[in-house]
Ligand binder design. Structure first.
Ligand SMILES: *[C@@H]1O[C@H](CO)[C@@H](O)[C@H](O)[C@H]1NC(C)=O
Ligand SMILES: *[C@@H]1O[C@H](CO)[C@@H](O)[C@H](O)[C@H]1NC(C)=O
Ligand SMILES: *[C@@H]1O[C@H](CO)[C@@H](O)[C@H](O)[C@H]1NC(C)=O
Ligand SMILES: *[C@@H]1O[C@H](CO)[C@@H](O)[C@H](O)[C@H]1NC(C)=O
Ligand SMILES: *[C@@H]1O[C@H](CO)[C@@H](O)[C@H](O)[C@H]1NC(C)=O
Ligand SMILES: *[C@@H]1O[C@H](CO)[C@@H](O)[C@H](O)[C@H]1NC(C)=O
Length: 484
């Protein structure tokens, strides 16, 4: 979450980013099935909405004619003050609101959800046939496994997730810029060797969130049998932090004294809390920034985004912790081979074209006031797509012969699809039945599937009370038991 608020930009700046664009037809939003409840926002409320007319967008409709996007997760509404705002995006305009009164309003075209807060038993029901759902989920897969199951993710028409396959990908959200990778320069190998002789281990581990789906501590514990690891966090702690660094209550991990301290290490264990393709956080990027070699596990496709093909050690490339330990020891003893891992700090050694392209072309910024933050960016993505969909539907209604009905669009497992949590080391059969990881994460994953299927069932039955989720789950279980 830190990144979101860190990158938050008042909506005025959004206009800077709006480009000149084609004239927009007025769009009607009549849907035969939708109804207009008494409690919808009044015209007065719309008339007083803040608005900023962007320089480029030619959408001349008044606020009362615009489609509405509802932020179901009100806490994330990326505008202030006020609950409702006009947004003028690159190609069209919308009203955005966090006022749930508009849920069943026929002009409400789309509902935007924050994945971490999304609960099947609080979903906005009934789902009206003219409304799309949009999912914003940049955080760890562990926060909500409902979204990792087909029946869960398919309920959404638009997604912004860490996966490159998502509609509005946030894959490099934890990497502020190329500069961040290049600076500061790394501590010299001579100095790192001096610290080694003074007693520092080759490998640093610093983790205080221990019971996580990736089960990283089980791996580190095994690794520690074969190589010295200094562990300063709450998990597998074997060393106290130096006194001057002890107050970490408000630390972000980017303070100078702290950075100077960890930068002395040759290798950092960089293990994500959840395993999923393209889920990469500061755990990967920060060691590169500090000039240390990450020993990484998290995204199975992390190599696609690294500065070059020798800037990180990938845990999944080794068949056992012991083999990994042998590899690290060999690098620790060979300055030339170790130095190769830090070559990317020389500007021209960042050779990964995918990485360079993505950093250059992404339209949102991280702590960059000249670009919109990704909440506003995604909101505009949804706005422009909804206006296009509505225009296409209107054209179809007018002249079905010439304009085919627009195809439905929905997400699938490639937008999230994180795998069942598996043990960080060893086979699941060999884990003590009382083990806390075993009792928590595999169950959480499968219970999330029940919830996703329960929600799907509620939508199929046009359920209007999301509190009946458990009833639907039970019904499905009974039918399954009967072999139906
Ligand atoms: C937007 O409208 C203005 C004024 O009507 C017009 O001059 C301009 O060409 C339009 N821009 C586009 C991209 O259509
Ligand atoms: C991972 O292993 C493969 C096959 O052994 C090798 O080609 C690749 O360079 C390794 N990648 C990294 C980042 O170590
Ligand atoms: C949105 O997704 C739902 C559920 O998957 C689907 O039934 C509906 O047709 C989609 N709507 C559009 C406009 O694509
Ligand atoms: C899943 O979604 C991706 C990206 O939106 C799309 O390219 C792909 O065809 C979809 N896969 C299936 C099986 O529908
Ligand atoms: C698991 O915990 C229960 C209750 O605390 C205990 O009776 C049992 O012996 C434990 N089982 C194992 C395999 O440790
Ligand atoms: C779904 O339920 C709502 C209210 O509960 C009703 O207005 C609507 O007509 C129903 N839709 C369908 C397709 O049955």
């Amino acid at each position: 979450m830190m990144a979101i608020w860190g990158g938050m930009v008042p909506c005025l700046l959004l206009a800077l980013f709006c480009r000149l664009c084609g004239a927009q037809e007025p769009v009607e939003t009549v849907d035969g099935n939708a109804f207009l409840p008494q409690s919808a926002l009044t015209d007065i409320e719309f008339a007083t909405v803040n608005s900023y007319r962007g320089p480029g967008n030619n959408d001349s409709r008044s606020n009362k004619e615009l489609p509405i996007l509802l932020w179901w997760s009100a806490g994330l509404f990326p505008h202030f003050p006020g609950d409702t705002e006009r947004i003028d995006c690159a190609r069209s305009s919308c009203l955005v609101t966090r006022n749930r009164k508009v849920q069943l309003y026929r002009r409400t075209a789309s509902i935007i959800f924050y994945g971490t807060d999304f609960r099947a038993y609080e979903a906005p029901l009934p789902r009206l046939s003219h409304q799309t759902w949009a999912l914003f989920h940049e955080e760890s897969p562990m926060n909500n496994y409902v979204l990792s199951h087909g029946p869960g993710i398919r309920l959404f028409n638009y997604t912004a997730t860490f996966r490159r396959e998502s509609d509005y990908p946030l894959t490099l959200q934890w990497l502020p810029s190329l500069e961040y990778l290049l600076h500061p320069p790394s501590v010299s190998i001579a100095d790192k060797n001096r610290w080694r002789r003074a007693g520092l281990a080759p490998v640093l581990y610093m983790q205080s969130h221990c019971d996580v789906p990736s089960d990283r501590d089980r791996y580190v514990q095994e690794l520690m049998k074969y190589i010295q690891v200094d562990s300063y966090g709450k998990c597998l702690n074997n060393k106290p932090l130096p006194k001057h660094l002890e107050d970490t209550s408000t630390a972000t991990g980017e303070e100078r004294p702290f950075m100077n301290f960890v930068a002395r290490y040759k290798f950092h264990l960089a293990l994500e809390n959840g395993i999923c393709p393209d889920y990469m956080t500061e755990k990967l990027w920060r060691p590169l920034h500090q000039g240390c070699v990450p020993i990484y596990r998290g995204s199975s496709s992390a190599a696609d985004w690294l500065p070059n093909d020798h800037s990180a050690i990938l845990v999944d490339n080794f068949s056992s912790p012991r083999e990994l330990a042998d590899y690290i020891k060999a690098l620790d003893e060979n300055d030339e081979r170790y130095a190769r891992y830090l070559e990317f700090k020389t500007p021209r050694k960042i050779t990964n074209v995918r990485l360079l392209d993505e950093l250059q072309t992404r339209e949102w910024g991280v702590n960059d006031m000249s670009k919109p933050n990704y909440l506003n960016g995604f909101e505009c993505f949804v706005c422009d797509h909804e206006n296009e969909r509505l225009a296409a539907e209107r054209a179809h209604r007018r002249n079905p012969g010439q304009h085919p009905r627009p195809l439905p669009k929905m997400a699938n497992n490639s937008h999230m699809g994180c795998p069942l949590p598996s043990p960080g080391y060893g086979a699941i059969e060999n884990i003590d039945p009382n083990d806390s990881w075993l009792q928590m994460w595999p169950q959480d994953y499968w219970q999330s599937l029940d919830q996703a299927e329960g929600l799907e069932s509620m939508l199929r039955h046009n359920e209007s009370d999301p509190g009946r989720l458990w009833h639907h789950i039970q019904d499905m279980a009974v039918r399954r038991a009967r072999g139906q």
